[in-house]
Design a protein around this ligand. Structure first.
Ligand SMILES: [Zn+2]
Length: 266
């Protein structure tokens, strides 16, 4: 195996200017031509960065936090939800048909046969799986299908707090806010992105499940086989946040997160 380590200067592939960035960040903006680049395991790649447009004017400068915005395939999700449900219902049907009668071949006395039946019942109770209510599932599917597209939001900014990913991603995903985006081409700060696209895609199930009500979440056997499939190309989008006393207020979706969830380089 050839284990050579190659050190390369980070140079803009477009204009040749040297790229400088912030430590911990994997994205760079060329200071000369304002194009964006991301470091991937395969090397430096150019990347389109989008900004969510803020309709109102704010006096102060807003904090721009990057998220991977990932559209999911809703038809496949519906299929998986229905498949998992019918699988569980079939299993329940099998249990209902299981007879708890004494085996006629069994010559054991009354006590041990009762014990046998008792154990069998216990085993059946243990194998009972929780099935979410059909109304709840219908509501979930119709909610997801009521939007033009359904996106999962994965925070891409630097945070020492893993709950930040769950919390902020869950809030934006749960709200499915409507907003416009535009391609960022203006000079500015480098994007504070610390998460690769592939890593973000691996987190979509996790964030989506976090948005579900507890009554569905407790049905682990129902959720286990469900996994979201990506539709289209994930986009790196900057979302405007307003710094408040002890929190950051998301202008898109209108919610606050604790300032402790974000390690900000300002
Ligand atoms: Zn350049």
């Amino acid at each position: 195996m050839n284990n050579t380590l190659t050190l390369k200067r980070l140079v803009c592939e477009h204009c040749g200017a040297e790229l400088s960035g912030l430590s911990d960040c994997i994205t760079f903006q060329c200071e000369t031509c304002y194009r964006y680049f991301i470091i991937t395991p395969e090397g430096l790649k150019d990347i389109a960065v989008y900004t969510a447009i803020c309709e109102e004017q704010y006096k102060e400068q807003l904090l721009q936090l990057p998220f991977w915005v990932i559209e999911i395939d809703r038809a496949l999700l519906r299929k998986e939800i229905e498949g998992s449900l019918s699988e569980l219902r079939n299993h329940k049907g099998t249990i209902a048909k299981t007879k708890l009668e004494k085996d006629p071949e069994d010559e054991s006395d009354f006590f041990s046969s009762n014990l046998h039946t008792g154990m069998e019942k216990l085993n059946i109770i243990a194998s009972q799986r929780l099935i979410p209510g059909s109304r709840e599932i219908e509501y979930l599917i119709s909610t997801i299908e009521s939007f033009k597209s359904f996106f999962i939001y994965i925070p891409a900014f630097i945070s020492k707090n893993p709950f930040a990913y769950l919390k902020v991603g869950k809030l934006l995903t749960g709200k499915q806010p409507a907003f416009k985006i535009e391609k960022s081409t203006l000079p500015g700060k480098p994007v504070m992105c610390a998460l690769q696209q592939d890593e973000a895609v691996e987190l979509i199930d996790f964030v989506f499940f976090a948005t579900l009500p507890p009554s569905i979440l407790k049905c682990g056997d129902f959720l286990n086989p469900i996994s979201l499939k990506v539709s289209g190309t994930p986009r790196l989008v900057l979302f405007p946040f307003q710094k408040r006393e002890n929190s950051f207020f998301s202008i898109i979706g209108e919610f606050s997160i604790s300032h402790r969830l974000v390690d900000v380089i300002m």
